[in-house]
Ligand binder design. Structure first.
Ligand code: SF4
Length: 320
């Protein structure tokens, strides 16, 4: 059977699997169109886009709207879903579906369903109704705002990473309101680019802004390369800068996130680069009093975790 995007799917071994997660994908494609996004390269996504005769940047609902809402209500009420992650291949706050109220309708259903925890990661901007809904159900939501330090640097070579996103300030303001109202709120510095996002002129002012908004929880994970993101990366990042970023990567062997699935093969930073970057970033986060974890660090050799006051390795519970 051809691999297609499913409305609900269980988390799988090899991805972030510390709890019994399910993923929900109400539509296929994402208007944020981040150039590094692995979703557009996954077989399930390309098959489903093709079937709907659309492109990744023009998301299409998985089914007709009223049927979609009925299906979500049915499954969320079944007792089979305990922890739900939104989303793996798209962003629940895709602007079009915030504007037309669909994101709100979906979250309303989930908030009053039997689902115990809703872990939402977004580069989008929730509107007032969405913010109020999450506050009203604060015990159910984990709000994760993804933003990278170099987006505060004027003229950054990574400006193309943020071209399709709402500017940082309103997103931080939304996160600050949710955090202040008791919704667990974590900033994901993702994808973190060694040499650029950990540079003083990016990281320090970015962390200052988080502090000003009383956002004290941070997670970070590094940019991965794969052959299939190269066309969008080449279009978004100046050639010389891209070459420099790639020089820090080990292209000798691909790591497959999911065993046997070629479309999940990716390349990581060289060990010496990631070790130095992690040590620098973690030291600064610790000095400034952030509560933080680093995602996918198990394979970094020579990292002195003893220097830091808490285990930096994500145990999957930090933002669950
Ligand atoms: S917001 Fe997330 S799902 Fe959407 S394009 Fe960017 S990385 Fe991909």
């Amino acid at each position: 059977m051809e691999d297609k995007v499913q409305l609900f799917s269980p988390g799988s071994l090899g991805t972030c699997w510390y709890g019994k997660y399910h993923y929900m994908e109400p539509w296929v494609g994402c208007a944020h169109a981040c150039p590094y996004c692995y979703a557009r390269t996954r077989g399930a996504v390309t098959n489903s886009l093709e079937e709907r005769e659309t492109t990744f940047e023009k998301p299409a609902l998985l089914m007709e709207r009223s049927e979609l809402l009925r299906e979500i209500e049915r499954e969320a009420g079944s007792g089979r879903l305990e922890i739900l992650k939104l989303c793996r291949y798209t962003d629940i706050f895709t602007p079009e579906f915030v504007a037309d109220g669909l994101a709100l309708e979906i979250l309303r259903i989930l908030a009053s369903s039997r689902v115990r925890r809703i872990i939402l990661t977004t580069k989008g901007l929730p509107d007032e109704d969405l913010i109020q809904l999450m506050i009203a159900h604060r015990e159910k939501f984990s709000y994760n705002l993804a933003a990278r330090p170099s987006c505060v640097v004027e003229g950054s070579v990574l400006a193309g990473f943020d071209a399709g996103l709402t500017p940082l300030e309103p997103r931080l303001e939304a996160g600050a309101r949710l955090a202040a109202a008791g919704v667990q709120t974590t900033v994901h510095m993702d994808p973190f680019v060694a040499g650029l996002d950990d540079a003083d002129q990016a990281l320090l002012p970015f962390l200052d802004r988080l502090k000003r908004h009383r956002l004290h929880r941070v997670m970070f994970s590094y940019l991965l390369f794969s052959n299939r993101i190269m066309p969008t990366m080449e279009a978004a990042v100046p050639a010389e800068a891209l070459e420099e970023i790639m020089a820090s990567y080990d292209f000798s062997g691909a790591h497959k996130v999911l065993p046997g699935q070629e479309d999940t093969a990716s390349y990581s930073l060289r060990n010496d680069v990631i070790r130095d970057s992690v040590e620098k970033t973690a030291t600064i986060l610790q000095e400034r009093g952030f509560d933080f974890v680093l995602c996918s660090l198990k394979s970094v050799r020579g990292l002195s975790t003893r220097k830091f006051s808490r285990s930096m390795l994500c145990d999957g519970k930090f933002y669950a």
